[in-house]
Design a protein around this ligand. Structure first.
Ligand code: AR6
Length: 166
């Protein structure tokens, strides 16, 4: 983490946040889905889907960047978290790679503030406490923008972030 990076926990809907970039917990098609992915596509509008169609998908653990279209955020960084298969299929390393690769794209674009959802902890079934630890540890050990928001959709996740941050 760069000296001066602030990590904040915010409860609520990531699509409403005033940050330069929001991260989407997508799937390998990058063509939308349920959960936070569905919410982001609904809020950003058809233009986001059209831009995503040009990207040709994204492997698990990697990230791709698009414009924010009708969102407040300038950019959406789409990353594909691992599906939880019991924990011995490389899930922790893949989840850490999602955070690292998203932060790297943010830096390349000069993003000063970025918000993450709890990647993989919904439909993909990653245990929430373990995922919160991976998120916090990876952000703390990666060169990150000035402001990093951990967006928790529920109070349980917010509490797990508080614990992971110590
Ligand atoms: N703002 C912030 N967080 C949210 C929001 C929101 N509007 N909506 C849900 N969450 P999930 P995954 C939280 O299932 O597990 C999609 O179909 C949610 O409570 O969105 O990575 C994709 O296309 C949970 O804590 O993502 C993929 O197929 C977290 O976001 C698949 O789901 C992640 O839950 C990805 O599954």
């Amino acid at each position: 983490m760069k000296a001066g990076t602030r990590i904040e926990i915010v409860r609520g809907d990531i699509t409403t946040l005033e940050v330069d970039a929001i991260v989407n917990a997508a799937n390998e098609s990058l063509l939308g889905g349920g959960g936070v992915d569905g919410a982001i596509h609904r809020a950003a509008g058809q233009g986001l889907l059209e831009e995503c169609r040009t990207l040709g998908g994204c492997p698990t653990g990697e990230a791709r960047i698009t414009g924010g279209h009708r969102l407040r955020a300038w950019f959406v960084i789409h990353t594909v978290g691992p599906i939880w298969r019991g924990g011995a299929a490389g899930e922790p390393a893949l989840l850490a790679a999602c955070y690292r690769n998203s932060l790297a794209l943010a830096r390349l674009q000069g993003v000063r503030s970025i918000a993450f959802p709890a990647i993989s902890t919904g439909i993909f079934g990653y245990p929430k406490a373990a995922a919160a630890d991976v998120a916090v540890q990876t952000i703390l050990t990666t060169d990150a923008p000035e402001r990093v928001v951990l967006c928790a959709f529920d109070e349980e996740t917010a509490g797990l972030y508080r614990t992971a941050l110590g």
